[in-house]
Write a protein that binds this ligand. Sequence first.
Ligand SMILES: CC(C)(COP(=O)(O)OP(=O)(O)OC[C@H]1O[C@@H](n2cnc3c(N)ncnc32)[C@H](O)[C@@H]1OP(=O)(O)O)[C@@H](O)C(=O)NCCC(=O)NCCS
Length: 286
Amino acid sequence: MSITDLSRSLGVEPTSTRVRIRPAVVADAAWLAEVSRASFAPRLRDYLTSAQPGIGRFWEVVLAHPGSFPGRTFLVAETGDGDRLGFADLTLVEPDRAHLSYICVVEAARGRGVAGALLRAYAAGEPQVVAMRLDVFADNVPARVLYDRLGFAAEATSTWWVADLTLDGVTPGADVRLDGLHAARAWFDTYGFGEFAVAVGETTVKLGRPSARVLRCFDPAILTQPAVLAAVVREFPELDRVLVMTPGEDAPPSAVGELRAVNRSLRMSTSRIRARLDVRDPLGPG
Ligand SMILES: CC(C)(COP(=O)(O)OP(=O)(O)OC[C@H]1O[C@@H](n2cnc3c(N)ncnc32)[C@H](O)[C@@H]1OP(=O)(O)O)[C@@H](O)C(=O)NCCC(=O)NCCS
């Protein structure tokens, strides 16, 4: 698409299409949520917190209180007229390494270097960052092209396994205690997702609810404990599926229903992000 076509599709004059990058503000939160949700395949939305409508309210808090989220940077790309084109969400995980949580460009503006411009602006603002890591869906061709060109290499694969919860006749374990229920309910009511924990004797296992119907098990071993899951479902009867993410491509054992692979994700990283973005340290020589 030419710049002129892009401008027309965005309803702006061609002369005003120069991309500007700025920090996101609270007023961007609803738009961030909308473009984020739209960018995910509908079949995956139930498994992703950032595809829930409430993620906008969640990001509002992040954007309104940056001091409480140190190292997190949300950048927005826009035209000279202020038409938003895309965003990037990054977190400093080590002094010289950033995690790219998400980068997204509106469909009409893709393939014109907006993603590259967002990453270049981030690198310019964080001159100490030389390394970057991210997770990308294995079948996301445009994103993988972008990351390959930026020198990212795959380090590990993980598979997202889903089973329909079939717990008919399973008695909820009497020794199962749910931790953090009030917080989980409040989170869910406000944002549409949340986390809690389940304690069985001395062992505590973290669980998540990325959407109304999905229970994320951070420890796949819980799939072999139907009585524990039955206790969770008694609390949250809307749950009808479990999600586990495990390294590699082999399904973990399950006693709660047959697992199907719904997604494959790659962890990628580079230790030379500046070289590929061609960013010079503004304080350095040359
Ligand atoms: C991935 C995404 C952010 C890329 O944004 P973009 O602004 O279109 O990317 P750029 O224009 O900066 O392109 C970067 C490179 O990728 C290439 N590229 C972009 N889209 C492509 C596509 N559909 N097919 C093949 N290559 C593509 C470009 O040619 C460019 O290479 P070049 O610099 O050598 O020309 C965008 O496609 C998007 O928002 N997708 C939906 C959200 C998403 O999947 N985000 C990634 C999550 S991990």
